[in-house]
Design a protein around this ligand. Structure first.
Ligand code: RFL
Ligand code: PHB
Length: 393
């Protein structure tokens, strides 16, 4: 039997950043992860970081490569009705940036920092169980290297994503679940080509949504709205480019820069919140507690905001036995989470073609976009949410 002050379930952005923040506050943790290190480092997901997330990563000591290699954009383009409009978020938010830095790079930076500091991370664990989360001495039970292990903890952080065990360890009836499933999905591609645009393009078209993002000067990330039952095998490169060209078409003949497609994936879209985010000594953080559709680029950023709150609350507890921040953890996080849900839902429904959309719905969405790019008040509301609302402490 071994012990840890904080047992962390999951080595995604939430779990690893929490371990790093706790270490800086002199609090020990052990992270357990069901995947291998290679799998954890290889997952292709988020691309856009809020300004506050960048600052948090920098303060946590993992901002150096980010500062060197990330792409810092002033804003984004909105494309509709064949025209492109720039939203200058830098100007609208008093100097904030849109930062493009891939999630797996964040994971690599965090893992490197944790392992260099002697942090304990157990990969490839099996059969994870959270024991007695409501009691004074919760524990993690799991298999590692074929051996059954038990880790007794002061606290447990459930950072195991949307398919983890943590939220299922709450006693029956203690968790409310709020969910919305969207009737469409994203088809994501990775492309070996130069960038098609100097900033991200969010486009909406009669055929549906499309997004032009990037990873580096030679690797591009793009998505287009598709059906939930779409199969990757049914989409040849030619068919994908035909669809992208149609959805991104402008009146002045803009074309994406095409190249070999090295990855194709269909991603489902949903909004989910479970509340409260705490039961006894078990605290949920990140996708374990809430999922957003990727349109607003909020998921990883909300995960980072949760663990920021949790690390500060645990720091106050260990410094002077103060439980006030721990007791407020769920309410503090949920306020930001619901703001993120609101924004992600709004942007998703604004830019995607809905099931059963009528001409009226299409024209109404175009009018809303027109307002968004012509009213400074509306552009500012969009910009301040996209680059990240200030942290409320
Ligand atoms: P993760 O990343 O899912 O990590 C959870 C980890 O827990 C492990 N695990 C377990 N470990 C131990 N025991 C168990 N029983 C376990 N069960 C699972 C898993 O193996 C995994 O390693 O959750 P976390 O840390 O909360 O981070 C959340 C983010 O990953 C997620 O919100 C973002 O990827 C969402 N997202 C985006 N977020 C942004 O902020 N900006 C973006 O631009 C952005 N783009 C995106 C996205 C998500 C996307 N997809 C694929 C859903 C784009 C896409 C396409
Ligand atoms: C990405 O680059 O993967 C990305 C960018 C913006 C989003 C979602 C994903 O809204």
């Amino acid at each position: 039997m071994t012990t840890a002050q904080v047992g962390i379930v999951g080595a995604g952005p939430a779990g690893l950043l929490l371990a790093q923040l706790l270490d800086l506050a002199g609090i020990g943790s052990v992270v357990i992860e069901t995947r291998t290190r290679e799998e954890a480092e290889g997952t292709i997901r988020a691309g856009v970081l809020e300004q506050g997330t960048v600052e948090l990563l920098t303060r946590a000591g993992v901002g150096e490569r980010l500062k060197r290699e990330a792409l810092f954009h002033r804003g984004v383009y909105l494309r509709f009705d064949g025209r492109t409009h720039h939203v200058d978020m830098h100007e609208l938010t008093g100097g904030k940036h849109v930062t493009v830095y891939a999630q797996h790079e964040v994971i690599r930076d965090l893992l490197k920092a944790r392992l260099a500091a002697g942090g304990e991370i157990l990969f490839d664990v099996t059969d994870v169980r959270i024991v007695d989360p409501g009691g004074d001495r919760p524990a993690l039970e799991f298999g590692h290297g074929g051996v059954a292990r038990r880790l007794d903890c002061d606290f447990i952080a459930g950072c195991d994503g949307s398919h983890g065990v943590s939220r299922h360890s709450f006693p029956e009836g203690t968790l409310a679940r709020h969910e919305r499933i969207y009737p469409f999905a994203w088809f994501g591609i990775m492309v070996q080509a130069p960038a098609s645009s100097d900033e991200l393009i969010y486009a909406t078209h009669e055929r549906g949504f499309a997004l032009v993002s990037t990873r580096s000067p030679t690797l591009q990330r793009m998505y287009f709205q598709c059906g939930t039952a779409e199969r990757v095998e049914d989409w040849s490169d030619d068919r994908i480019w035909e669809e992208m060209r149609a959805r991104l078409a402008t009146r002045d003949g803009w074309l994406p820069k095409e190249g070999p497609i090295t990855q194709k994936v269909v991603v489902g879209m949903r909004s989910l919140v479970v509340e409260p985010m705490r039961h006894g000594r078990l605290f949920l953080a990140g996708d374990a507690a809430h999922v957003v559709p990727p349109t607003g680029a909020k998921g990883l950023n909300l995960a980072a905001a949760d663990v920021r709150v949790l690390a500060r609350a645990l720091q106050a507890f260990y410094a002077c036995g103060d439980r006030a921040l721990l007791d407020r953890y769920s309410d503090t996080c949920l306020r930001r989470v619901w703001m993120g849900q609101r924004f992600s839902y709004w942007l998703t429904t604004l830019l995607h073609r809905g099931e059963g959309d009528t001409r009226f719905d299409q024209r109404r969405r175009l009018a809303e976009l027109d307002y968004l790019v012509t009213s400074r008040a509306a552009s500012t509301a969009f910009a301040e949410n996209y680059v990240g609302l200030p942290f409320q402490d």
